[in-house]
Design a protein around this ligand. Sequence first.
Ligand code: GLA
Length: 386
Amino acid sequence: MIKNEIVSSFLKKYKNKPILVKAPGRVNFIGEHTDYNMGYVLPASIEKGIYFAAQKNENLKINIETFLTQPEQISFNLNGAHQAFHAFWGNYFKAIIEILLEENYTLIGFDCVFGGDIPIGAGLSSSAALCCGFIHTLAAVSDTPISKEKIAVIAQKAEHKIGLNCGLMDQYAVLFGKKGNALFLDCRNLTHEYVPIKLKGFSWVLINSNIKHNLAIDSEYNKRRYSCELVVSQVSKFRKNVSSLRDVSLVDLETIKKQVSTTDYKRAKYVLDENARVLKMMEALRQDNAQEVGNILLKGHWAMSTEFKITIRELDLLVSTGQKLDGILGSRMMGGGFGGCTINLMKTELMDATIKAILSSYKKETGIEAASYQLRIDDGVRTLGA
Ligand code: GLA
């Protein structure tokens, strides 16, 4: 078990018994690119995640080590100064330490070993798990409680520093997730409620296209955000108190249609439609209407493909292959776009055969081995004990 490996590598290197923190990844049932538009999202935290073993030290340094992708150790002084490093995760921790210092948090020295089983760049929010888990760990070893709401905002700021102008969906899912439930989050006032995921006789399966993305480097994500903001600025010229697409109606959108490019119009229209899909999905889940859940997934996917244009050929292929199979009610790409996983609602009795059929057809068409994971919804970031 990965968590035992993390604890034993910590104990091998340091003498103190560590605390152990788990930060899960997340899936998203529906509501893509709606979070930074102050809309609705419906994610959930998952069993796969990142484990942090950590304990205070006496040497006034934050020493962090991992075997996540390749072994690397980075040490930060308590004033934020650090040695040179190559690891991608070092940039996130560097950003977090800088933000904490800017906000006058007092840092203490601690040792930390982390690692996990969440695939990186697969649309499962490994970076939100990394950031939220690290901040939670730092707060726990320093006996300085930081609220989940505050952790979410610090983790989001770290993403912004690195270059992804993301919303707060991933951080809220990772922090507030609850076993067996989806988290319905209203990104305007940041209130949430839980929606039990039941659907007896059906299973949720993730299929990883194994096309990795790096949204922070690929500016396509930020371009979508910019389009949405542009449309909001046009609408706010003739309507007061409009500060996000959440305040914009379909009628408003028609009114400014000629003032913006077709691309910007389509992107904004997609966001309005996607918000409506989140509400429909809540209804369908509450009514245990698997057929309708499947239809909404498919509508969401094809809107991301043709309107918002954030899917890629391989992901469209996974979804269209599923549409031809009896065992799948619907599927869609998840996350920021351009790679990663699809989430699929499958008939449990046909699940194994269906997964096999999808993976082999994908291999035949693309030459790529995809991977599948059955979804298990677990609790959000927490200290597991020693
Ligand atoms: C990424 C971002 C989130 C959200 C999704 C798309 O995961 O980090 O804030 O915008 O993409 O829904």
